[in-house]
Design a protein around this ligand. Structure first.
Ligand code: GDP
Length: 155
């Protein structure tokens, strides 16, 4: 984060947002789905993608996080609290967090109900959304919720 420049009519903000969660929950697909739609919409958004191991440096200056699980894998949901603890440990600023239940297209093999996701979000004070990177469901909205909230907090 940090960059805030006024350039004539427009303003530029740079927010560092991370996607965390167990492997194979769909983080890279969510990001590419979001980025692709941004570019399709001819938006001026620039998305710099970096894939690195999750180290303390990864969390530096983070202002937003998508904490992702796969709705068809209960074990991913059970580890969400650990990912939240990890964020708290490494981030000293307030981080806008959204809990993302990805792969909602896999309704027939769902292991985590929508209600369980919602109750965790209420308990932890997070935003919550179910998404499908495969079908582009709610992906844009999830990122936008985080970006909008961060923007509201800094402006
Ligand atoms: P990451 O390890 O968390 O970055 O997960 P990936 O983005 O690499 O995705 C892991 C696997 O899940 C891949 O085989 C994807 O095709 C699949 N996948 C990702 N998102 C979805 C989704 O929304 N629905 C379904 N059905 N599969 C998905």
């Amino acid at each position: 984060m940090g960059g805030h420049e006024e350039e004539g009519e427009g303003e530029e903000y740079l927010f560092k947002i991370v996607l965390i969660g167990d492997s194979v929950v769909g983080k890279s697909n969510l990001l590419s789905c979001f980025a692709r739609n941004e570019f399709d919409n001819n938006s001026k958004a620039t998305i710099r993608v970096e894939f690195r191991a999750v180290t303390p440096a990864y969390y530096r200056d983070v202002v937003g996080a998508l904490i992702v699980y796969d709705i068809s894998r209960r074990s991913n949901f059970d580890r969400i609290k650990r990912w939240l603890d990890e964020l708290t440990t490494h981030c000293d600023t307030t981080v806008t967090r959204i809990l993302v239940g990805n792969k909602c297209d896999l309704e027939n093999i769902r292991e985590v109900s929508v209600e369980e996701g919602k109750s965790l979000d209420e308990e932890e004070g997070l935003f919550f959304m179910e998404t499908s990177a495969l079908e582009s469901t709610n992906v844009q909205t999830s990122f936008e919720i985080v970006i909008q909230e961060i923007y509201t907090n800094v402006s």
